[in-house]
Design a protein around this ligand. Sequence first.
Ligand code: PXP
Length: 238
Amino acid sequence: MTKLSVNINKIALLRNSRGANYPDLVKTALDCETFGAQGITVHPRPDERHVKYSDVPALKGKVTTEFNIEGYPSEDFLSLVIASKPDQCTLVPDLPGALTSDNGWDTITHQTYLKSVVHKLQSEGIRVSLFIDPIPERIYAAKETGTERIEFYTGPYAHDFIKDKEAAIHDFKYCAHLCNEIGLGINAGHDLNLDNLKYFKENIPGLMEVSIGHAIICDALYYGLHNTIQLYLKQLDV
Ligand code: PXP
């Protein structure tokens, strides 16, 4: 089974645009769960333009499905994660001010550093996932850090899918088999949507979780949040 974790950053962006608590982030997260989401993801960025640091403890107390916090492992971020004890922390290499995550870790160059961060989080009982591109050497190096999972950065897949879906999935499929062989759990996220999700799921053996934000909120404008989550769950039910 592949879990659908809904990234609620765009809900926070909408709320922040008016300065009041509407839409209510915690209520939306709980509604996503009621509508079938099997996880909630937040990505508190240093400028707090989406989810704010102060949102995290409020969510942690209420979310009953898998709670995933993703972000760059700055000191502030790590303190927040350790205090909040989510089920999973996804480490991404984007620097402060990045518009969105647009590449995975170079797990070879940053191996020693990642090893220490992974260990720090795991010693607090938090599962770790490393955001990564589908490059075999980096998969092996990710395993060396001790992480339990990787999250494939699927932006390039979504981009190339429009032209040639077989070419788009090729490296992900190869690296997914590698992950299965060496015992790394597989998550995936970025630019997944109703067009490209089913094909991804069909071709990635052992896909444990997808984290999707932007497209779910865009689709919800037309179909409503409940219907949209059901539509995404259906894509994963293959
Ligand atoms: N995974 C990571 C690491 C991300 O940074 C993001 C975007 O915040 C996502 C998944 C979700 O991407 P999208 O909003 O395109 O679905």
